[in-house]
Design a protein around this ligand. Sequence first.
Ligand code: KG4
Ligand code: ZN
Length: 340
Amino acid sequence: MRVLGVETSCDETAVAVYDGAAGLQVHCVYTQADLHEIWGGVVPELASRDHVRRLLPMVRAVLADGGLKPADLDGVAYTAGPGLIGALLVGALAGRSLAYAWGLPALGVHHLEGHLLAPRLEADPPAFPYLALLVSGGHTMLIDVEGVGRYTVLGESLDDAAGEAFDKTAKLLGLAYPGGAKLAALAEQGRPGVYRFPRPMLDRPGFDFSFSGLKTAALLALKAAPAGEQARADLARGFEDAIVDTLVVKTGRALAATGRTMLVVAGGVGANRRLRAALTEVAARHGARTAYPRAEFCTDNAAMIALAGHERLIAGERSGLPVLARARWPLAELRAPGEG
Ligand code: KG4
Ligand code: ZN
């Protein structure tokens, strides 16, 4: 089965074609980061309007790139949630309508299921079960993945996502949005231990996170810091160390609790060098290996949506004609394909 995937849940417009036999055939991502940069964050209405402008030309271009015609497709999968409702509606309406016009089955896909299955886009994917750490601008979650549709959320952020905390603190430091990678680069020049920020919730049992207090601590420290580049770098280093430590300790605990021997790290923050090194080390200590999907599959993309949609479409799942998009959609509502 060959599935067209459409993703518009936030500030990336993405289209892909995934084939059950041949794997990923073609995919394309356009990021709106430049559009939102001057606002210091994603502006939902601007995101929706840009998806409207870009999506259909991108569908045409992706099909042409893959040497494909609508008649070569067997289904359409679109991200139905969670995400920005206006942005989601653009992809969902377009995906559903194209499927109707082409006489194909359509399916609304859970965005996080896409992220959790993204490692399966690689040639040698990790086998189930695995522990997944999803760390992006919108999510910080530890999820036990037993199979397709069999997910247990062990813990998540109660407030800001890790990437959001990176971006907000980067903004305080005068770095342009999204500032996570820029803050990490600045931290390279910083000295460890000059600033010691709290490790939120490490003293509590469970696997939940909280990062909003960290940003406030960084703001207070910045106000009291001496002028100059070194203090900013030291502060960036202290902040990065606090986030990395918190993620790593909780991930270690989750590995111990589940006994999983494979850790999959997904989401944009997974690109952080210090986080990667520390996760690999903690996983090894628990007898586990780590897998990082390629950067282009780690961040928002449609390849993962086409793949997740494929897994369910082949089991006979279908979405009806009414277009349902959900800003909130608990992962716990998902079932294994066909049990739906
Ligand atoms: O998964 P992703 O591309 O998409 C969204 O969540 O939209 O994640 C983007 C997030 C941003 O918050 C960005 O600042 C952060 O990942 N990020 C990083 C690094 N690279 C990207 N955070 C820390 N260190 C990095 N090297
Ligand atoms: Zn995402």
